[in-house]
Design a protein around this ligand. Structure first.
Ligand SMILES: Cc1cc2nc3c(=O)[nH]c(=O)nc-3n(C[C@H](O)[C@H](O)[C@H](O)COP(=O)(O)OP(=O)(O)OC[C@H]3O[C@@H](n4cnc5c(N)ncnc54)[C@H](O)[C@@H]3O)c2cc1C
Ligand code: SF4
Length: 275
């Protein structure tokens, strides 16, 4: 395997290869044979790092975001509640948005729907941590806390090719396309543009108080008379609610019905906090 270390975007010049940022997700996936690459491109000198008002470099670490006084509270809280201090020091926000599912069937290489097969093993098998929305083909639960926060904040991404709302980065896997993001091969996320809300918060229900993925994460952000709510851990992608009533339309599996109640309670608390 070749490792390239370009010092600028110009030097990268559209060359093929898989982006490597902090490596906290990608390196284990390569080690376990879940991802294969002939060329890795260390993008740390290419992707901007740092926070300038509402503009966040995709190479900024979660540790840097969680203590930034200018960043919205929901984003700071989501970063502070993610992973462990060591992982937050290495893990970048760009890599966090693109981390792979934690579904153990997928991680154990079961030939499931997301791997291109015809069955979702989790639907019949162990699925307590899985989805309550968008789970027709794949019932995985998106693991990113910051993605839910950024979705509630109405974030826009700038890549090396285009601008797109964060909401358009994600899509549910279909028969024809098993990918859960709309990024093109080799496309790099460079910056995030994060609107400033009047108030925002992120709440996370976990099996432990630290260092574990969300059973349900709820982000809420208030802009004038409008409040946006987004959830982590409830669908194969971060999930935007039109309103709290959307929870009535959840499609839980037998083992995930409890998540609907959890989400209801957290949404209520989050809205109370913003009020
Ligand atoms: C044990 C453990 C616990 C965790 N717990 C949580 C948790 O509770 N909550 C949570 O939200 N996250 C959690 N995480 C995920 C962690 O936050 C991510 O692994 C990390 O943020 C990924 O960032 P990275 O820079 O290391 O990405 P990498 O591992 O380098 O890359 C991840 C993916 O993103 C791609 N990529 C990276 N940067 C870019 C870019 N700029 N443009 C395009 N593609 C890019 C890579 O090609 C790869 O596909 C956990 C991870 C681990 C290992
Ligand atoms: S939930 Fe998704 S990733 Fe997990 S087994 Fe089902 S199809 Fe595969």
């Amino acid at each position: 395997m070749e490792l390239r270390q370009p010092s600028s975007l110009a030097e990268l010049d559209g060359a093929d290869g898989l982006a490597l940022a902090g490596g906290t997700d990608l390196v284990p996936l390569l080690r376990d044979g879940l991802v294969e690459a002939e060329t890795l491109v260390d993008v740390r000198a290419v992707v901007p790092r740092g926070i300038d008002g509402g503009t966040i470099g995709a190479g900024t670490t979660l540790a840097e975001l969680e203590v930034d006084p200018e960043s919205p509270q929901a984003l700071r809280e989501a970063c502070a509640l993610a992973a462990s201090p060591q992982l937050r020091s290495m893990g970048t926000i760009g890599g966090n948005l693109l981390q792979a599912t934690r579904c153990w069937y997928w991680r154990l290489k079961y030939p499931c729907f997301l791997h291109g097969g015809s069955t979702c093993h989790a639907r019949q098998g162990a699925h307590r941590e899985h989805a309550i929305f968008g789970n027709e083909h794949c019932a995985s639960a998106h693991p990113s806390d910051p993605a839910a926060a950024l979705l509630s904040l109405g974030t826009t991404l700038r890549t090396d090719r285009r601008e797109l709302p964060l909401a358009d980065l994600y899509r549910l896997p279909t028969e024809d396309d098993r990918d859960v993001t709309a990024l093109e091969p080799g496309e790099l996320i460079l910056e995030l543009e994060v609107p400033k809300p009047e108030a925002s918060t992120y709440l996370k229900a976990m099996d432990r108080t630290r260092f574990t993925f969300a059973l349900v994460g709820v982000a809420a952000a208030r802009f004038g008379s409008e409040t946006k709510i987004a959830l982590a851990g409830v669908a194969p992608i971060p999930w935007l609610l039109e309103s709290a009533d959307d929870l009535d339309r959840a499609t839980p599996l037998p083992g995930t019905a409890y998540k609907v109640d959890l989400a209801r309670a957290l949404v209520r608390r989050a809205l109370d906090a913003l009020a």
